[in-house]
Design a protein around this ligand. Structure first.
Ligand code: 6PG
Length: 244
């Protein structure tokens, strides 16, 4: 797994780095072209979203961004569990991004139908590379059980689904999810894990240092063919890494 690891003193420093690189990427977007980003869910991106809202609402060319999600809970968009709601309330409603540039996963719809329809939507909007839609940037989080997006160890075979987006099940509560599969994840131009907090230090070192049994974690299968995989960690999440 070719990757790089960046450790930041604080989540805000990580967000600053994220914004700096995003601005450089957007500056290279040609007129009438867009930059496609797939957001991760969970709580980690919350600090990033709030930082971008407070510090970069006027400093990023938001209109150049097309926003998608790497996964979504099968709940309505106003549900507390909705990844879309979290991103909208903490970022998207606070920055000048056109509504037409936001492509949420319809968590309120039948999961199998929406997995298919979102796959078709992404295929119709996101440029292809290697016969598959290629996000310019795909963000991922990491669960303590080594899941990423909504691919959990109990259903790691989903990573190799022939579909672009598929239906997953969170084992702890049997909540249905829609998730990007390995076809989408490993075809992205850039893949960034964003992981913070000391409770993630164990799983981070297990996967990054490829300790015994690491292959059972879905996150260990993330290996974009572009070669651009970055683990963005705060010091706490990086706390168990030897090679730093
Ligand atoms: C989701 C996410 C999931 C998340 C990890 C980490 O919908 O929950 O996509 O993969 O990134 O579970 O979650 P935290 O950021 O809350 O630790």
């Amino acid at each position: 797994m070719a990757h790089s690891v960046k450790v930041f003193l604080t989540p805000d420093e990580m967000a600053q780095n994220f914004a700096t690189i995003l601005i450089k990427d957007l500056d290279r977007v040609e007129p009438d072209h867009f930059y496609t980003i797939a957001l991760s869910g969970g709580s980690t991106p919350l600090q990033l979203f709030r930082y971008l809202s407070e510090e970069y609402a006027e400093r990023i060319s938001w209109e150049k961004l097309l926003v998608f999600w790497g996964d979504e809970r099968c709940v309505p968009p106003d549900d507390d569990d909705s990844n879309y709601r979290m991103a909208y309330e903490n970022l998207l409603q606070n920055v000048p991004i056109p509504d037409a540039n936001i492509f949420r996963i319809r968590g309120e719809d039948d999961p199998a139908t929406e997995a298919r329809q979102y796959s078709e939507l992404v295929s119709s909007v996101v440029p292809f590379y290697n016969g598959t839609p290629q996000f310019d940037l795909l963000l991922l989080g990491l669960g303590n059980d080594g899941h990423t997006a909504s691919i959990f160890p109990q259903s790691i075979s989903l990573f190799n689904s022939p579909r672009l987006f598929d239906v997953a099940l969170k084992p702890q509560n049997n909540q249905k999810r829609i998730t990007a599969t390995g076809r989408i994840i490993n075809n992205a131009s850039k893949v960034w894990f964003m992981v913070t907090g000391k409770e993630k230090a164990g799983i981070i070192s297990h996967i990054i240092e490829q300790r015994s049994g690491f292959e059972k974690y879905p996150a260990s299968l993330v290996n974009p063919s572009s070669g651009h995989l970055v683990w963005m960690l705060d010091r706490e999440a990086a706390g168990n890494l030897k090679s730093l």
